[in-house]
Design a protein around this ligand. Structure first.
Ligand code: AMP
Ligand code: ZN
Length: 130
């Protein structure tokens, strides 16, 4: 039995007032780290660490709280990409180097941009946050 899911058609592909949807559409510039059909990675404009980039799905999903089984493969790909891209932009290898993955969700989670994004942080410490 196949476990492949495609994102549900009820999901909006993009939201007109979403800053990350605008980045996906090229309406706001970004320093791209990686792009394919489904994902975009770009450097954070206000880095907390020497290396700080974000990985997002190109389709608009407000937060991790909206995820459902149709998103499992896409979120899994983001997790696999995180380490690969961290090395590509200069993170030192595990275990001496490594990286941190953060997903802020909702007000208590400290989320400011409501388009799901995975922060990837790396580089020599100390860092500005966490
Ligand atoms: P969060 O608090 O998890 O919602 O984080 C949102 C992140 O998006 C912050 O770290 C911001 O610095 C970053 N950010 C906001 N606008 C931009 C932009 N135009 N380009 C790159 N990063 C951005
Ligand atoms: Zn969006």
């Amino acid at each position: 039995m196949s476990t492949h899911h495609t994102p549900e058609s009820s999901a909006h592909l993009s939201e007109p007032n979403c800053i990350f949807c605008k980045i996906v559409q090229g309406q706001i510039p970004s320093q791209k780290v990686f792009e394919d059909e489904d994902l975009l990675a770009f450097h954070d404009i206000n880095p907390w660490a020497p290396i700080h980039f974000l990985i997002i799905p190109k389709t608009h999903i407000a937060s991790m709280a909206q995820l459902n089984p149709s998103h499992e493969a896409m979120m899994g790909r983001i997790m696999v990409k995180a380490g690969e891209l961290a090395l590509q932009v200069g993170a030192l290898p595990y275990p001496e180097g490594g990286f941190r993955v953060v997903v802020n969700t909702g007000r208590h989670g400290g989320q400011e941009v409501h388009h799901v994004h995975v922060h990837v942080l790396a580089g020599e410490r100390p860092w500005q946050k966490i």
